[in-house]
Design a protein around this ligand. Sequence first.
Ligand code: ADP
Ligand code: MN
Ligand code: MN
Ligand code: MN
Length: 381
Amino acid sequence: MSSSMSASSQLNKTVRSHYLSLPQGGLCQVTYVWIDGSGEGLRSKTRTMESEPSGIEDIPEWIFDGSSTSQARDTNSDMFLIPVHMFRDPFILDPNKLVLCEVLKYDRQPADTNHRHACKKIMEKVKDFHPWFGIEQEYTLLGADGHPYAWPSKGFPKPQGPYYCGVGADRAFGRDIVECHYKACMYAGIKISGSNAEVMPAQWEFQVGPCEGIETGDHLWMARFLLHRVCEDFGVIATLDPKPMAGNWNGAGCHTNFSTDATRAEGGLEHIEKTIEKLRPSHAEHIRLSDPHGGQDNQRRLTGLHETSSIHEFSAAVANRAVSVRIPRQVAQDKRGYLEDRRPAANCDPYAVTTAIARTCLLEEEEEGDILSDLEINELE
Ligand code: ADP
Ligand code: MN
Ligand code: MN
Ligand code: MN
């Protein structure tokens, strides 16, 4: 066995498929998925239901041990899992389900890393704008040894250039994972809209959306769960680290494309430009809110090199990839469409990112005040 492959990926998958094909007697396996205390990691556990749930309302709340996920102390460790979005399970197949959950503390207040709670309220407030988001999730495959997948164990692959959208054994590293993940997303019911090989070898991207409002985070988080789970079968690791390799290698982002009824309508470019002027003064706040470590992680990526802008300054332009916010060429030509916020890093929480965009771009100041006191999220001030 190569040291870059995990042990469990070497188990006999033909034997596995015999057991998985056994009938399950009308029962249903429901796997609850949630975001842990790191704000980046995902956890899951499975229970049996007597019959197939027909919707999210059929799936009961559950609890888990928050002291084992950095979410609670030993002495008060039970936390609530609140099912919020149901998907089909692409691993053990119909009728089994994957269920994304919100996490609540013992007092039923949202857990510290539960950014969905605030996101849902803001999205409810701005729903008449019909905000759409499309997210480009970049990630890097690593062997079990933590080195980028299929990179020479000593030294480096050839410099960047041939790998973006590349084809061939010397430039596409790990395509099996990309293809299997894509199918798994489609089966599950995730709005995956594309994929491509990235600039750094062993780095890839998939896109989710456009999704409206709260759906964005739900679909992206479950797509991330599927990615980690598919990778597990192949014995490799997907990292969302914003800059897995220092030096002359691209980092990994989570470009967030955004539009509303107004920007999509004829002459919407004018609204896109106005939106950009709203984003400009809240640059530092967006950088902080969209990073699980307050901007520290993204600092390694947003250097102004490798198709990024400086973390310290806001900039915007048409068709330019070295800016904070890009207006795609097609959008400038059509004079309508969407903008691309290129700042969020691969490990951002899409609930936090879409909340920040909706607040800054769509809420009036007094509404913002209201909702913040409503939510008691003063740290957002
Ligand atoms: P790039 O050229 O930046 O690599 P991609 O093709 O990877 O662009 O991604 C474009 C993203 O824009 C997709 O996630 C897609 O869902 C999203 N998108 C397309 N139209 C809209 C829209 N009207 N509003 C929001 N997002 C959109
Ligand atoms: Mn892209
Ligand atoms: Mn990309
Ligand atoms: Mn992009």
